[in-house]
Structure formats: C-alpha cells, structure tokens
Write a protein that binds this ligand. Structure first.
Ligand SMILES: Cc1cc2nc3c(=O)[nH]c(=O)nc-3n(C[C@H](O)[C@H](O)[C@H](O)COP(=O)(O)OP(=O)(O)OC[C@H]3O[C@@H](n4cnc5c(N)ncnc54)[C@H](O)[C@@H]3O)c2cc1C
Length: 474
C-alpha cells in the first residue's frame, strides 16, 4: 500500500486535535485527522457538554423547589428522567455539526475514522494498513476514566463518564467514588434531580481547591443532602453495588459512578516505534509541546504532560495547546504554554472557580503569598437574590502582585475571567480596585476584595491629616 504524505497528521478528534486540524487546514496546509471513535472526543460526547446539560436540568429542578422562598408557589418538581436524558443528547446533537467529519472534510482535512499507531519516527499506520508520513505529527489522543484496582470492582456494574449518559433511569441512590470536579458535579446534579447520593473520597473532597472555597462548597453539598465520606479507604466492592470501607462501613446504592481521575490513552499508540517518551501521566513534552525525544512529534490536550508537571485536563487547555502547535509548526514561532492565568471551574450552585495560584499552591512554591477576601453576604446582588454563600478571594505575592483568584458564587466560572485577564496582563491591584463595576453584580465582590488592600492606608491618620490640611484651601 502506498504511503500517504502530508504536512500535519493529527491523532484524535477531540478538543485539541480538532482545533489543530481546523487551524492548519484553514491556513492551507495539507492535514490528516485520524479518529477511532466518535468525532468530538470526550468534551462533546462524554464530558463538558453532557455534564453541563445535566446540571442545567438539576438547576431547573432546584429553581422550582426553591421558588416558594420568593413567594412563588409551584408544586414539587416532577423529574421525567427520559426527557432529561433527551435534553442532554439534544445539547450534544446541537454542537455535533461543529466537530463533524463533514465539516472537517469541507475545510480540506482528510479524515480517517480508524485506530492509528506509530510505526516510525514520522509515520503513523491505520488499522487498514494505510501508512501516513507527516512532517509533524500531533498526538491528541486524550484520556479516559482511571478505574482504581479495588478488589471486586470488576464484578460490579459501574458507570463512568462514558456510560453515565446512557443510564435510562434516575438512580435511587448513586454512590460516587471520587471527590474531584467530575465526582462533585455529578453528585450535585443527581441529588438535585432527586437521587440519594453518597460521595466517597480517599483523601479530601475538592482537595486540589483552595481550602476555604472547598469547605464552603462542601457545606453546600451537605446542605443539599449529599452524604460526604472523606479519607475513606475502600477495601472492596461487592454486588449491590456495595462499597466496603476500612472503617467497617458498608454503603449500598442502586448505581455506582467511578470518577477517580483520568488516565492518558497511551496504549495502542505504538509510542516506542517513534521513540516518544512517556510516563503514566502522559507524553512528556517541552513547554513548546514538542516530545522531549522526537522533535517531529507534538502532544496536546489531556495526553500532554508539560515538563512532568502533570497534565491540565480541560478543554480550554487543549485549545491553548492547539494555538501553540499552530504557531510553532506552521509559523515557526517560539510559542510556549503559559499556565499563569489558567482558569478552572466546578459548575455546581454556587460554582467554584479558580484562576492562577491558590494561596497554598503559591506558598508551596516558596512565594510569600497572602489573600484578600470579600464575602458574598456583604454583596448586595447576592443578598437581593438570597444566595449569600461564598466569597471572592485574591492571592497576592510578597510584592502585592495578583497571582491568583478564587470565587465561590453563582456564575463564578464567568466572574473569574476578568481575574485571568488581570493576571495575564499583569494588571495592578489598584487598577482592579478602581474599576467601575455595574451595581449590583457579584463582580463587585472581587473589586471590594482588591480595594480592601488599600482601605487601611486610605483611612490612616496620615491621610486624614492630609485631608484636614487641604480643607484650609477653601
Ligand atoms: C465528565 C467530564 C466533564 C468535563 N467537564 C469539563 C468542563 O466543564 N470544562 C473543561 O474545560 N473540561 C472538562 N472536561 C475535560 C475535557 O473533556 C477534556 O479536557 C478534553 O476533552 C480533552 O480534549 P483532548 O482533545 O485532549 O482529548 P479527547 O477529547 O479525549 O479526544 C481524544 C480523541 O482521541 C481519540 N483517540 C485516542 N487514541 C486514538 C488512536 N490511537 N487512534 C485514533 N484516535 C484515537 C479518542 O477516541 C478521542 O476521540 C470534562 C471531562 C469529563 C470526563
């Protein structure tokens, strides 16, 4: 079989691979895109989109349940889970055309719907034997649910983020194993839709988040009626499904969701044939996303482990990576990843969003960090809407530079954007404190937190003395 020659060959049509392929093809560069599964990858089919669609249904149920608080009386919500599921699949279907084979073909990309593996340093071979030699190969093969080696788990039917959306009935009692963003979001969504939910975590729930924000969200989860079990060692799983803990606790649910982290899709890629270094965290790449051992190969998205710091598994990171690959491979520019202003959000209600470093992360990196706060119970919009849980928190380095921000509030994922801009553009704290922000909005909380840095100075005896002197001039 003849070898197909191309400039760019992308393995994986998820968030990262699609962005690289679309960019390259639109710049007129011969591009091949290979996908063994569904177009759109995790985000569209098994991740961001279905999870946010399910959360939207959950929030709607809550709004009905909560309406009486505002003097609006409606009955208890009735959950038609088949219709909820249909809504989730409609959301996927509405976005699907953007990621479709037809769209990419029309952009000029040669799309192959097959498994790909490396058979040489610049060559990839498809399942049907077609060999593709490329000037640059971009590995965008993503990650999948990492299932922990718990004895008996393989004998118990469990759900992962890939199978959850096919679940036909609302779980009577959902056991969620794993207290990271995915576990917390799905626990929250199911609880608000009416399931009993128990969330079991081996360490601290939301352990990567700022402690104060995480504690605030955990209080919310408990108030919603979710049972939280932290620092739990699961000894074994039994049919039920039942989780047996070291503490002798046995928890039985109707369904079990495993959300204990993500493992990169390395196996079957034939990385050895192309001398591509990897660890169990992913493909080891430089800050320019180039394999440390094969200069023709880039890795992007969930599978890319930049300088062994561990992957940052978000769709917006995959997009950021794609931009770097385009600049490097096509424009020969020395672009590099920049995670200084990297945001993340957990889409519960309230949402927990973080950009840049938390105070603890900064301190662990040797920075003399401090934080400024503004609580949502002092925010007029939050009071007017009766949703006063949460706070805005800004992290500063020893010289008062903004290096992070965290917000626990409704729509925190949106509110955090201006703090990302502040970090990326190195905005001064005084500029953030001096913004004119529409009243009443929750964005005021961030401005007030920034302003609190200057309050002591503003009302200090020296400033008061100065104002007294100036009064003399009439
Ligand atoms: C439940 C859940 C919720 C999430 N929510 C959010 C969110 O709200 N916001 C956010 O930013 N991120 C979220 N994420 C993370 C986000 O989905 C991922 O970061 C993103 O999909 C990564 O994109 P990717 O291109 O690296 O990989 P993927 O989207 O996983 O795409 C990789 C593709 O490569 C294909 N592939 C793998 N190996 C081969 C091979 N050998 N040959 C051919 N094809 C291959 C796969 O079939 C797959 O389609 C969520 C994830 C999950 C699981």
């Amino acid at each position: 079989m003849a070898t197909l020659e191309t400039d760019i060959c992308v393995i994986g049509a998820g968030s990262g691979g699609l962005s690289v392929a679309a960019g390259a093809a639109q710049l007129g560069v011969p591009t091949v895109l290979i996908e063994k599964g569904v177009m759109g990858g995790d985000c569209l089919n098994y991740g961001c989109v279905p999870s946010k669609a399910l959360l939207a249904a959950a929030h709607a149920a809550h709004a009905v349940r909560d309406a009486a608080r505002f003097g609006v009386r409606v009955g208890a919500p009735e959950i038609d889970f088949a219709a909820v599921r249909a809504h989730v699949h409609r959301a996927i279907a509405a976005i699907e055309p953007n990621d479709s084979e037809a769209r990419f073909t029309s952009l000029g990309v040669r799309v192959f719907r097959q498994h790909a593996r490396f058979t040489g340093p610049d060559t990839v071979t498809l399942a049907d034997g077609t060999a593709i030699r490329a000037r640059r190969i971009v590995v965008a093969a993503g990650a999948r649910a990492a299932v922990p080696p718990i004895p008996g788990l393989d004998q118990v039917p469990y759900l992962t983020n890939e199978t959850l959306w096919e679940n036909a009935t609302l779980p009577a009692h959902l056991l969620v194993l794993g207290g990271g963003a995915i576990g917390v979001e799905m626990a929250f969504a199911h609880r608000r839709l009416g399931s009993a939910v128990t969330l079991v975590e081996g360490a601290a729930i939301l352990g990567r988040e700022d402690t104060e924000l995480a504690e605030g969200l955990k209080r919310v989860l408990r108030d919603e009626g979710i049972a939280l079990i932290e620092n739990a060692k699961v000894l074994r799983a039994e049919p039920g499904p039942t989780l047996v803990l070291e503490s002798k606790q046995r928890i039985t649910g109707s369904h079990l969701l495993v959300a204990t982290g993500r493992a990169p899709n390395l196996s079957g890629l034939g990385l050895e044939a192309a001398n591509i270094a990897s660890t169990k965290a992913g493909i080891t790449v430089t800050t320019g996303l180039v394999s440390t051992t094969n200069p023709k190969v880039f890795a992007v998205g969930d599978i890319a482990d930049v300088e062994n710091i561990g992957p940052r598994q978000f769709t917006h990171v995959a997009g950021h990576h794609a931009g770097i690959v385009i600049r490097r491979a096509l424009f020969r520019l020395p672009a590099k990843v920049d995670y200084r202003a990297l945001p993340r959000a957990i889409y519960t209600d309230p949402e927990l969003a973080q950009v840049g470093l938390t105070e603890a992360e900064a301190r662990a990196g040797g920075v003399k960090a401090s934080s400024l706060h503004w609580k949502m119970d002092e925010n007029d919009r939050a009071i007017a809407e009766g949703a006063t849980v949460g706070l805005a928190k800004i992290t500063l380095d020893g010289r008062g530079k903004i290096i992070g921000a965290g917000i626990l509030a409704p729509h925190a994922g949106e509110l955090i954007a201006q703090w990302g801009t502040a970090i990326a553009e190195r905005a001064k704290l005084s500029a953030m404190a001096g913004q004119i922000i529409a009243y009443p909005t929750r964005a005021e909380a961030g401005k007030r937190a920034a302003g609190s840095y200057f309050t002591a100075k503003l009302f200090a005896p020296r400033t008061r003395w100065l104002v007294r002197q100036l009064r003399r001039f009439g």
